[in-house]
Design a protein around this ligand. Structure first.
Ligand code: NAP
Length: 250
């Protein structure tokens, strides 16, 4: 059995990018506190018997503040050393702005922004007590783009980049790094419907310089590296992983 290196909590651990992050961190030897709405395990991954011993599951709906507080408290109590948090849970609700209800807008901001802030605040005292740690938020490359029919989602991810920067400088004296990993198109349930159309697949091939959507494992590898390499001078930054799409001219 590989030696474990401490515990990292991951929200939205049930599937997609979240479950890929769980696997990557476990393979690197971390214990992973998997926070998910069902609290029952990983839906799209069957971990090996070895990896399963490194995972603990907790129920956490990030739109319920008490649920964030309770699950992080339990994860802390169960771990020798809580090293960090990945705020991965997120929702995507596109729609024409002219008809987009305030209720939907609030729903997107509740999950994608308010919950990220609450989880950062709740994990802070645990990381501080350990002498430091790392928080990785999962944003989106939409944070710096103008994206029709995505006003709420893009604004919510821009807010994630902003709160990442502010928390990073506030908590740097506590040796806590806060980073924002901002993916481009990654093949998950989030965009499954769109990927069913040939037109969208052609759009991806044509518009992403590397010629394809990204894989959840590629995002997970970046997140895992940020924990493993623990570069002390790197904090507050948004790191884009989008196949070059966000920076190309046309
Ligand atoms: N896929 C992309 O192209 C892409 C691009 C840029 C950024 N992102 C970001 O990457 C993150 C993960 O997305 P994904 O592509 O893996 O999406 P996904 O396959 O739709 O998975 C979303 C995850 O978030 C969880 N979640 C949603 N609402 C929650 C809540 N209230 N409480 C707890 N968990 C909740 C879901 O849990 P349940 O299983 O309980 O629903 C699921 O684990 C999101 O923040 C997303 O905005 C994705």
């Amino acid at each position: 059995m590989s030696k474990t290196k401490g515990t990292i909590a991951v929200t939205g651990a049930s599937r997609g990018i979240g479950s890929a992050i769980v696997r990557n961190l476990a393979e690197r030897g971390y214990q992973v506190a998997c926070l998910s709405r069902k609290g029952q395990g990983i839906e799209d991954m069957a971990p090996s018997a070895q990896l399963a011993t490194q995972l603990k599951h907790y129920t956490c709906d990030v739109t319920e503040e008490q649920s964030i507080i309770d699950s992080l408290q339990a994860a802390h109590a169960d771990s020798d050393k809580l090293l960090g948090l990945v705020n991965n849970a997120g929702i995507y609700i596109p729609g024409r702005s002219a008809h987009y209800t305030t209720e939907k807008f609030r729903q997107v901001f509740h999950t994608n922004v308010e919950a990220v802030f609450s989880a950062c605040r709740e994990v802070y005292p645990y990381l501080k007590a350990e002498g430091g740690g790392t928080i990785v938020n999962v944003g989106s490359f939409y944070d710096r783009l103008a994206v029709a029919y995505n006003t709420a989602y893009a604004a919510s991810k821009a807010a994630v980049g902003s709160l990442t920067r502010s928390l990073a400088i506030e908590w740097a004296p506590d040796q806590i790094r806060v980073l924002n990993v901002a993916p481009g198109y990654i093949a998950t349930d989030l965009n499954k419907k769109e990927r069913e159309t040939e037109a969208f697949m052609t759009y991806l091939k044509t518009n992403i310089p590397v010629g394809r959507a990204g894989e959840p494992d590629e995002v997970a590898q970046l997140v895992g590296t940020l924990f493993d390499d623990n570069i002390g001078f790197l904090t507050g930054e948004t790191l884009y992983i989008d196949g070059g799409q966000g920076t190309k001219l046309a």
